[in-house]
Design a protein around this ligand. Structure first.
Ligand code: NAD
Length: 412
Protein backbone atom coordinates (compact mmCIF):
# COMPACT_ATOMS: atom_id res chain seq x y z
CA UNK A 1 0.00 0.00 0.00
CA UNK A 2 1.51 3.33 -1.07
CA UNK A 3 1.47 6.23 1.39
CA UNK A 4 -0.86 8.69 -0.40
CA UNK A 5 0.86 11.78 1.02
CA UNK A 6 4.23 10.53 -0.26
CA UNK A 7 2.59 10.01 -3.66
CA UNK A 8 1.11 13.52 -3.61
CA UNK A 9 4.51 15.03 -2.71
CA UNK A 10 6.14 13.02 -5.50
CA UNK A 11 3.58 14.34 -8.00
CA UNK A 12 4.42 17.86 -6.82
CA UNK A 13 8.16 17.28 -7.16
CA UNK A 14 7.72 15.85 -10.65
CA UNK A 15 5.70 18.88 -11.78
CA UNK A 16 8.24 21.29 -10.29
CA UNK A 17 10.97 19.52 -12.27
CA UNK A 18 9.13 20.66 -15.42
CA UNK A 19 8.15 24.10 -14.21
CA UNK A 20 10.31 25.31 -11.31
CA UNK A 21 8.70 27.51 -8.66
CA UNK A 22 10.34 29.67 -5.99
CA UNK A 23 11.83 27.51 -3.26
CA UNK A 24 9.73 29.15 -0.54
CA UNK A 25 6.55 28.45 -2.56
CA UNK A 26 7.50 24.79 -2.88
CA UNK A 27 8.32 24.56 0.83
CA UNK A 28 4.89 25.95 1.69
CA UNK A 29 3.15 23.53 -0.66
CA UNK A 30 4.99 20.58 0.89
CA UNK A 31 3.82 21.53 4.40
CA UNK A 32 0.13 21.71 5.36
CA UNK A 33 -0.52 25.01 7.16
CA UNK A 34 -2.54 23.52 10.01
CA UNK A 35 -3.36 19.96 11.05
CA UNK A 36 -5.78 19.24 13.84
CA UNK A 37 -6.43 15.80 15.35
CA UNK A 38 -9.31 15.44 17.77
CA UNK A 39 -10.72 12.74 20.03
CA UNK A 40 -14.50 12.56 19.60
CA UNK A 41 -16.40 10.83 22.42
CA UNK A 42 -19.69 9.18 21.45
CA UNK A 43 -22.12 7.58 23.88
CA UNK A 44 -23.00 4.38 22.04
CA UNK A 45 -26.45 2.77 22.09
CA UNK A 46 -25.05 0.22 24.55
CA UNK A 47 -24.46 3.04 27.06
CA UNK A 48 -20.67 2.80 26.86
CA UNK A 49 -18.54 5.66 25.54
CA UNK A 50 -16.30 5.17 22.52
CA UNK A 51 -13.61 7.58 21.31
CA UNK A 52 -13.17 8.19 17.58
CA UNK A 53 -10.19 9.94 16.00
CA UNK A 54 -11.10 12.90 13.77
CA UNK A 55 -8.99 15.19 11.59
CA UNK A 56 -8.96 18.44 9.69
CA UNK A 57 -5.95 19.31 7.57
CA UNK A 58 -5.82 22.86 6.21
CA UNK A 59 -3.24 22.63 3.50
CA UNK A 60 -3.10 26.05 1.85
CA UNK A 61 -5.21 29.22 1.79
CA UNK A 62 -3.29 31.37 -0.71
CA UNK A 63 -6.23 31.47 -3.14
CA UNK A 64 -9.14 31.46 -0.67
CA UNK A 65 -10.71 29.66 2.31
CA UNK A 66 -9.68 26.04 2.87
CA UNK A 67 -12.10 23.76 1.00
CA UNK A 68 -12.48 19.99 0.97
CA UNK A 69 -14.62 17.05 1.98
CA UNK A 70 -14.97 14.99 5.16
CA UNK A 71 -14.44 11.23 4.86
CA UNK A 72 -15.76 8.58 7.26
CA UNK A 73 -13.80 5.36 6.65
CA UNK A 74 -12.05 2.69 8.76
CA UNK A 75 -8.76 3.21 6.83
CA UNK A 76 -8.81 7.01 7.05
CA UNK A 77 -5.69 8.34 8.74
CA UNK A 78 -3.75 11.57 8.89
CA UNK A 79 -1.52 10.81 5.90
CA UNK A 80 -4.53 10.07 3.73
CA UNK A 81 -6.25 13.30 4.81
CA UNK A 82 -2.99 15.25 4.22
CA UNK A 83 -2.77 13.88 0.67
CA UNK A 84 -6.41 14.67 -0.04
CA UNK A 85 -5.91 18.21 1.33
CA UNK A 86 -2.88 18.84 -0.90
CA UNK A 87 -4.82 17.58 -3.92
CA UNK A 88 -7.63 20.03 -3.02
CA UNK A 89 -5.19 22.96 -3.09
CA UNK A 90 -4.05 21.86 -6.56
CA UNK A 91 -7.63 21.09 -7.72
CA UNK A 92 -9.12 24.46 -6.74
CA UNK A 93 -6.21 26.13 -8.56
CA UNK A 94 -6.71 23.96 -11.69
CA UNK A 95 -10.41 24.89 -11.68
CA UNK A 96 -9.42 28.52 -10.99
CA UNK A 97 -12.02 28.99 -8.25
CA UNK A 98 -11.41 31.26 -5.22
CA UNK A 99 -10.72 28.50 -2.71
CA UNK A 100 -7.72 26.89 -1.04
CA UNK A 101 -7.33 23.25 -0.03
CA UNK A 102 -8.29 21.23 3.03
CA UNK A 103 -9.74 17.86 3.96
CA UNK A 104 -11.19 16.13 6.99
CA UNK A 105 -12.13 12.73 8.22
CA UNK A 106 -12.90 10.31 10.98
CA UNK A 107 -11.44 6.82 11.36
CA UNK A 108 -14.69 4.87 11.60
CA UNK A 109 -16.72 2.23 9.82
CA UNK A 110 -20.04 4.11 9.62
CA UNK A 111 -21.86 0.94 8.56
CA UNK A 112 -21.37 -0.32 12.12
CA UNK A 113 -23.08 2.72 13.71
CA UNK A 114 -26.80 3.22 14.36
CA UNK A 115 -28.35 6.40 12.89
CA UNK A 116 -28.26 8.01 16.35
CA UNK A 117 -24.58 7.14 16.86
CA UNK A 118 -23.74 8.48 13.37
CA UNK A 119 -25.50 11.75 14.14
CA UNK A 120 -23.69 12.07 17.50
CA UNK A 121 -20.36 11.43 15.77
CA UNK A 122 -21.10 14.03 13.06
CA UNK A 123 -22.05 16.61 15.70
CA UNK A 124 -18.95 15.63 17.72
CA UNK A 125 -16.68 16.37 14.74
CA UNK A 126 -18.12 19.89 14.55
CA UNK A 127 -17.98 20.44 18.33
CA UNK A 128 -14.29 19.54 18.28
CA UNK A 129 -13.36 21.58 15.21
CA UNK A 130 -15.75 24.55 14.90
CA UNK A 131 -13.17 27.15 16.00
CA UNK A 132 -11.15 26.45 12.82
CA UNK A 133 -14.17 26.31 10.46
CA UNK A 134 -16.24 29.11 8.92
CA UNK A 135 -17.42 30.65 5.64
CA UNK A 136 -14.30 32.84 5.40
CA UNK A 137 -11.95 30.24 6.89
CA UNK A 138 -12.66 26.60 6.05
CA UNK A 139 -15.66 25.19 4.20
CA UNK A 140 -16.04 21.37 4.32
CA UNK A 141 -18.23 19.17 2.06
CA UNK A 142 -19.22 15.50 1.66
CA UNK A 143 -16.76 12.78 0.65
CA UNK A 144 -16.71 8.99 1.04
CA UNK A 145 -19.53 7.85 3.37
CA UNK A 146 -20.76 11.37 4.10
CA UNK A 147 -23.75 12.90 2.32
CA UNK A 148 -26.21 15.83 2.30
CA UNK A 149 -27.98 14.55 5.44
CA UNK A 150 -24.69 14.60 7.37
CA UNK A 151 -23.92 18.10 6.03
CA UNK A 152 -27.34 19.24 7.33
CA UNK A 153 -26.54 17.84 10.81
CA UNK A 154 -23.11 19.49 10.78
CA UNK A 155 -24.57 22.81 9.64
CA UNK A 156 -27.15 22.64 12.44
CA UNK A 157 -24.43 21.97 15.02
CA UNK A 158 -22.25 24.78 13.66
CA UNK A 159 -25.17 27.22 13.79
CA UNK A 160 -25.95 26.25 17.42
CA UNK A 161 -22.32 26.73 18.45
CA UNK A 162 -21.61 29.98 16.62
CA UNK A 163 -24.92 31.66 15.80
CA UNK A 164 -23.88 31.83 12.13
CA UNK A 165 -27.01 31.31 10.06
CA UNK A 166 -25.56 31.79 6.57
CA UNK A 167 -25.23 28.02 6.09
CA UNK A 168 -22.08 28.82 4.12
CA UNK A 169 -19.70 26.78 6.30
CA UNK A 170 -20.67 23.42 4.79
CA UNK A 171 -21.54 22.67 1.17
CA UNK A 172 -23.28 19.65 -0.30
CA UNK A 173 -26.31 20.37 1.93
CA UNK A 174 -29.85 19.22 1.07
CA UNK A 175 -31.73 21.65 -1.19
CA UNK A 176 -34.12 22.78 1.55
CA UNK A 177 -31.20 23.48 3.90
CA UNK A 178 -29.39 25.90 1.59
CA UNK A 179 -27.94 23.35 -0.82
CA UNK A 180 -27.33 24.15 -4.46
CA UNK A 181 -29.18 22.74 -7.41
CA UNK A 182 -26.86 20.38 -9.25
CA UNK A 183 -24.48 19.67 -6.34
CA UNK A 184 -25.23 15.93 -6.02
CA UNK A 185 -24.51 15.32 -9.69
CA UNK A 186 -21.73 17.88 -9.99
CA UNK A 187 -18.65 15.67 -9.61
CA UNK A 188 -19.90 13.14 -12.15
CA UNK A 189 -21.37 15.71 -14.56
CA UNK A 190 -18.14 17.70 -14.35
CA UNK A 191 -16.29 14.48 -15.22
CA UNK A 192 -18.55 14.08 -18.25
CA UNK A 193 -17.79 17.64 -19.42
CA UNK A 194 -14.05 16.95 -19.08
CA UNK A 195 -14.38 13.67 -20.96
CA UNK A 196 -16.46 15.32 -23.70
CA UNK A 197 -13.65 17.79 -24.43
CA UNK A 198 -10.96 15.09 -24.47
CA UNK A 199 -12.67 12.19 -26.23
CA UNK A 200 -11.74 13.26 -29.76
CA UNK A 201 -8.16 14.05 -28.81
CA UNK A 202 -7.78 10.48 -27.56
CA UNK A 203 -9.77 8.72 -30.30
CA UNK A 204 -12.52 7.37 -28.04
CA UNK A 205 -15.49 5.97 -30.02
CA UNK A 206 -18.82 7.84 -29.98
CA UNK A 207 -20.48 5.09 -27.92
CA UNK A 208 -17.66 3.92 -25.67
CA UNK A 209 -17.61 0.91 -23.39
CA UNK A 210 -17.11 1.98 -19.77
CA UNK A 211 -16.18 0.15 -16.54
CA UNK A 212 -16.78 1.98 -13.27
CA UNK A 213 -15.25 1.05 -9.91
CA UNK A 214 -17.44 2.25 -7.03
CA UNK A 215 -21.15 3.07 -7.22
CA UNK A 216 -21.60 5.71 -4.54
CA UNK A 217 -22.47 9.32 -5.24
CA UNK A 218 -19.73 9.73 -7.82
CA UNK A 219 -19.62 6.29 -9.50
CA UNK A 220 -23.39 5.73 -9.52
CA UNK A 221 -24.14 9.14 -11.03
CA UNK A 222 -21.32 8.80 -13.54
CA UNK A 223 -22.83 5.51 -14.72
CA UNK A 224 -26.19 7.21 -15.29
CA UNK A 225 -24.76 10.29 -17.01
CA UNK A 226 -22.44 8.34 -19.31
CA UNK A 227 -25.27 5.92 -20.20
CA UNK A 228 -27.60 8.86 -20.98
CA UNK A 229 -24.96 10.08 -23.45
CA UNK A 230 -24.82 6.74 -25.28
CA UNK A 231 -21.99 4.96 -23.45
CA UNK A 232 -22.30 1.22 -22.78
CA UNK A 233 -21.66 0.62 -19.06
CA UNK A 234 -20.23 -2.90 -18.97
CA UNK A 235 -19.09 -3.17 -15.34
CA UNK A 236 -19.95 -1.62 -11.98
CA UNK A 237 -18.84 -2.44 -8.44
CA UNK A 238 -19.13 -1.70 -4.74
CA UNK A 239 -16.69 -2.47 -1.92
CA UNK A 240 -17.55 -6.18 -2.12
CA UNK A 241 -16.81 -6.54 -5.85
CA UNK A 242 -18.50 -6.02 -9.17
CA UNK A 243 -20.56 -7.37 -12.02
CA UNK A 244 -19.78 -7.43 -15.73
CA UNK A 245 -21.71 -7.92 -18.94
CA UNK A 246 -19.79 -6.82 -22.04
CA UNK A 247 -23.12 -6.32 -23.87
CA UNK A 248 -23.99 -3.61 -21.33
CA UNK A 249 -25.72 -3.27 -17.96
CA UNK A 250 -28.98 -1.46 -17.25
CA UNK A 251 -27.65 1.09 -14.76
CA UNK A 252 -31.01 1.87 -13.13
CA UNK A 253 -31.69 -1.86 -12.70
CA UNK A 254 -28.27 -2.36 -11.07
CA UNK A 255 -28.85 0.58 -8.69
CA UNK A 256 -32.36 -0.61 -7.72
CA UNK A 257 -31.10 -4.17 -7.22
CA UNK A 258 -28.33 -2.96 -4.92
CA UNK A 259 -30.78 -0.80 -2.96
CA UNK A 260 -33.23 -3.63 -2.58
CA UNK A 261 -30.77 -6.44 -1.78
CA UNK A 262 -27.84 -4.47 -0.28
CA UNK A 263 -25.49 -6.42 -2.57
CA UNK A 264 -24.79 -7.11 -6.25
CA UNK A 265 -24.82 -10.87 -5.57
CA UNK A 266 -27.40 -12.58 -7.76
CA UNK A 267 -27.89 -9.69 -10.22
CA UNK A 268 -29.32 -11.40 -13.34
CA UNK A 269 -27.50 -11.69 -16.70
CA UNK A 270 -24.11 -10.59 -15.41
CA UNK A 271 -20.99 -12.30 -14.10
CA UNK A 272 -19.51 -11.52 -10.71
CA UNK A 273 -15.95 -10.13 -10.76
CA UNK A 274 -13.51 -8.76 -8.20
CA UNK A 275 -12.61 -5.07 -8.03
CA UNK A 276 -9.08 -5.84 -9.27
CA UNK A 277 -10.46 -7.72 -12.28
CA UNK A 278 -12.78 -4.84 -13.11
CA UNK A 279 -9.75 -2.58 -13.52
CA UNK A 280 -8.26 -4.98 -16.07
CA UNK A 281 -11.24 -5.16 -18.45
CA UNK A 282 -10.64 -4.25 -22.13
CA UNK A 283 -12.84 -1.12 -22.21
CA UNK A 284 -12.64 2.28 -23.86
CA UNK A 285 -12.96 4.16 -20.58
CA UNK A 286 -12.05 2.98 -17.09
CA UNK A 287 -13.49 5.15 -14.30
CA UNK A 288 -12.08 4.56 -10.82
CA UNK A 289 -14.68 6.15 -8.50
CA UNK A 290 -13.90 4.56 -5.12
CA UNK A 291 -10.61 4.99 -3.26
CA UNK A 292 -6.93 5.79 -3.82
CA UNK A 293 -4.09 3.40 -4.71
CA UNK A 294 -6.00 1.16 -7.15
CA UNK A 295 -3.79 1.27 -10.29
CA UNK A 296 -0.28 0.57 -9.09
CA UNK A 297 3.10 -0.72 -10.27
CA UNK A 298 1.82 -4.21 -9.53
CA UNK A 299 -1.27 -4.28 -11.80
CA UNK A 300 -0.53 -1.54 -14.35
CA UNK A 301 0.78 -4.05 -16.90
CA UNK A 302 -2.65 -5.68 -16.90
CA UNK A 303 -4.65 -2.48 -17.57
CA UNK A 304 -6.25 -2.66 -21.03
CA UNK A 305 -8.45 0.45 -21.02
CA UNK A 306 -8.02 2.98 -23.82
CA UNK A 307 -8.31 5.87 -21.38
CA UNK A 308 -8.67 6.37 -17.60
CA UNK A 309 -10.90 9.05 -16.08
CA UNK A 310 -10.07 9.49 -12.39
CA UNK A 311 -13.27 10.42 -10.61
CA UNK A 312 -11.84 9.04 -7.33
CA UNK A 313 -9.02 10.92 -5.66
CA UNK A 314 -5.58 9.38 -5.99
CA UNK A 315 -6.46 6.05 -7.68
CA UNK A 316 -3.24 5.92 -9.78
CA UNK A 317 0.23 5.83 -8.21
CA UNK A 318 3.10 7.83 -9.82
CA UNK A 319 4.80 4.56 -10.88
CA UNK A 320 1.62 3.45 -12.68
CA UNK A 321 1.25 6.93 -14.23
CA UNK A 322 4.65 6.57 -15.91
CA UNK A 323 3.90 3.08 -17.20
CA UNK A 324 0.54 4.21 -18.64
CA UNK A 325 2.09 7.29 -20.28
CA UNK A 326 4.76 5.09 -21.86
CA UNK A 327 2.02 2.81 -23.23
CA UNK A 328 0.03 5.77 -24.59
CA UNK A 329 -2.93 5.27 -22.23
CA UNK A 330 -4.06 8.76 -21.16
CA UNK A 331 -4.98 9.31 -17.51
CA UNK A 332 -7.32 12.24 -16.90
CA UNK A 333 -6.18 13.21 -13.41
CA UNK A 334 -8.43 13.60 -10.37
CA UNK A 335 -7.37 17.22 -9.91
CA UNK A 336 -9.17 17.98 -13.19
CA UNK A 337 -11.62 15.08 -13.74
CA UNK A 338 -13.45 15.30 -10.40
CA UNK A 339 -13.17 19.06 -9.84
CA UNK A 340 -16.86 19.53 -10.73
CA UNK A 341 -17.82 18.76 -7.11
CA UNK A 342 -15.77 21.55 -5.62
CA UNK A 343 -16.79 23.93 -8.39
CA UNK A 344 -20.50 23.55 -7.58
CA UNK A 345 -19.69 23.54 -3.85
CA UNK A 346 -18.14 26.95 -4.43
CA UNK A 347 -21.32 28.03 -6.24
CA UNK A 348 -23.29 26.84 -3.18
CA UNK A 349 -21.07 28.84 -0.83
CA UNK A 350 -21.47 31.91 -3.06
CA UNK A 351 -25.27 31.51 -3.17
CA UNK A 352 -25.43 31.15 0.64
CA UNK A 353 -23.34 34.28 1.18
CA UNK A 354 -25.43 36.30 -1.27
CA UNK A 355 -28.79 34.82 -0.24
CA UNK A 356 -29.43 33.60 -3.79
CA UNK A 357 -30.74 30.39 -5.32
CA UNK A 358 -29.61 29.62 -8.86
CA UNK A 359 -31.52 27.35 -11.25
CA UNK A 360 -30.12 23.92 -12.14
CA UNK A 361 -29.71 25.03 -15.77
CA UNK A 362 -27.69 28.04 -14.62
CA UNK A 363 -25.50 25.94 -12.29
CA UNK A 364 -24.80 23.33 -14.97
CA UNK A 365 -24.05 25.93 -17.65
CA UNK A 366 -21.54 27.65 -15.35
CA UNK A 367 -20.04 24.27 -14.46
CA UNK A 368 -19.66 23.30 -18.11
CA UNK A 369 -18.00 26.59 -18.98
CA UNK A 370 -15.37 26.19 -16.25
CA UNK A 371 -14.71 22.49 -16.80
CA UNK A 372 -14.44 22.79 -20.58
CA UNK A 373 -12.19 25.86 -20.44
CA UNK A 374 -9.79 24.40 -17.88
CA UNK A 375 -9.71 21.01 -19.64
CA UNK A 376 -8.63 22.68 -22.87
CA UNK A 377 -5.98 24.59 -20.92
CA UNK A 378 -4.61 21.39 -19.32
CA UNK A 379 -4.58 19.54 -22.66
CA UNK A 380 -2.72 22.40 -24.31
CA UNK A 381 -0.18 22.71 -21.49
CA UNK A 382 0.53 18.97 -21.39
CA UNK A 383 1.04 19.08 -25.18
CA UNK A 384 3.45 22.05 -24.98
CA UNK A 385 5.47 20.32 -22.28
CA UNK A 386 5.32 16.89 -23.96
CA UNK A 387 4.03 15.41 -20.72
CA UNK A 388 0.97 13.74 -19.22
CA UNK A 389 -2.24 15.51 -18.23
CA UNK A 390 -1.46 15.25 -14.50
CA UNK A 391 1.80 17.14 -14.84
CA UNK A 392 0.11 19.60 -17.22
CA UNK A 393 -2.60 20.27 -14.63
CA UNK A 394 -0.11 20.54 -11.76
CA UNK A 395 1.95 23.05 -13.75
CA UNK A 396 -1.07 25.29 -14.32
CA UNK A 397 -1.95 25.05 -10.62
CA UNK A 398 1.63 25.84 -9.58
CA UNK A 399 1.66 28.97 -11.73
CA UNK A 400 -1.60 30.18 -10.18
CA UNK A 401 -0.50 29.32 -6.64
CA UNK A 402 2.90 30.92 -7.03
CA UNK A 403 1.31 34.06 -8.37
CA UNK A 404 -1.10 34.20 -5.39
CA UNK A 405 1.61 33.52 -2.82
CA UNK A 406 3.96 36.11 -4.27
CA UNK A 407 1.42 38.80 -3.41
CA UNK A 408 2.01 38.03 0.26
CA UNK A 409 5.69 37.01 0.34
CA UNK A 410 8.67 39.37 0.03
CA UNK A 411 9.96 39.66 -3.51
CA UNK A 412 13.53 38.65 -4.20
P1 NAD B 1 -19.45 7.24 -1.56
O1 NAD B 1 -19.24 6.92 -0.14
O2 NAD B 1 -20.75 7.83 -1.99
O3 NAD B 1 -19.21 5.93 -2.46
C1 NAD B 1 -18.04 5.16 -2.42
C2 NAD B 1 -18.27 3.92 -3.27
O4 NAD B 1 -17.04 3.19 -3.39
C3 NAD B 1 -19.29 2.95 -2.69
O5 NAD B 1 -20.04 2.41 -3.74
C4 NAD B 1 -18.42 1.87 -2.05
O6 NAD B 1 -19.07 0.63 -1.96
C5 NAD B 1 -17.30 1.82 -3.05
N1 NAD B 1 -16.06 1.27 -2.54
C6 NAD B 1 -15.48 1.44 -1.33
N2 NAD B 1 -14.33 0.74 -1.27
C7 NAD B 1 -14.18 0.15 -2.47
C8 NAD B 1 -13.21 -0.71 -3.05
N3 NAD B 1 -12.13 -1.09 -2.36
N4 NAD B 1 -13.40 -1.11 -4.32
C9 NAD B 1 -14.49 -0.73 -5.00
N5 NAD B 1 -15.43 0.06 -4.53
C10 NAD B 1 -15.29 0.48 -3.28
O7 NAD B 1 -18.23 8.20 -1.97
P2 NAD B 1 -18.15 9.21 -3.19
O8 NAD B 1 -18.54 10.56 -2.69
O9 NAD B 1 -18.82 8.63 -4.37
O10 NAD B 1 -16.58 9.27 -3.44
C11 NAD B 1 -15.89 8.35 -4.27
C12 NAD B 1 -14.54 8.93 -4.68
O11 NAD B 1 -14.75 10.18 -5.35
C13 NAD B 1 -13.59 9.23 -3.52
O12 NAD B 1 -12.26 9.03 -3.96
C14 NAD B 1 -13.83 10.71 -3.28
O13 NAD B 1 -12.74 11.34 -2.62
C15 NAD B 1 -13.99 11.18 -4.71
N6 NAD B 1 -14.67 12.48 -4.85
C16 NAD B 1 -15.92 12.67 -4.34
C17 NAD B 1 -16.52 13.91 -4.53
C18 NAD B 1 -17.93 14.18 -4.08
O14 NAD B 1 -18.48 15.22 -4.45
N7 NAD B 1 -18.59 13.30 -3.35
C19 NAD B 1 -15.85 14.94 -5.19
C20 NAD B 1 -14.58 14.69 -5.71
C21 NAD B 1 -14.01 13.46 -5.52
Amino acid sequence: MNNPFEDALLQLTRAVALRPVREDVLLRLRSPEREVSVAIPVVMDSGSTQIFEGYRVQHNHARGPYKGGIRFHPDTNKDEVRALALWMTIKTAVANIPMGGGKGGITVDPKKLSPRELEALSRGWVQALYPVLGPRLDVPAPDVNTNPAIMAIMTDEYTKLTGDTTGATFTGKPLDRGGSEGRTLATSLGGWFVFDVLRDAFGVPAEPTVAIQGMGNVGGNAARIFAQHGARIVAMSDSHGGIVNMDGLDVDAVESYKQEHGTLDGFPNAQRLGNEDLLELPVDVLIPAALEDQITGENVGRIHARMILELANGPTTPEADDALFARGIPVVPDILANAGGVVVSTFEWEQNLKGEHWSEADVNARLQEIMSRETRAVLARAGELGTDLRRGAFVIALERLESAMMQEMPRR
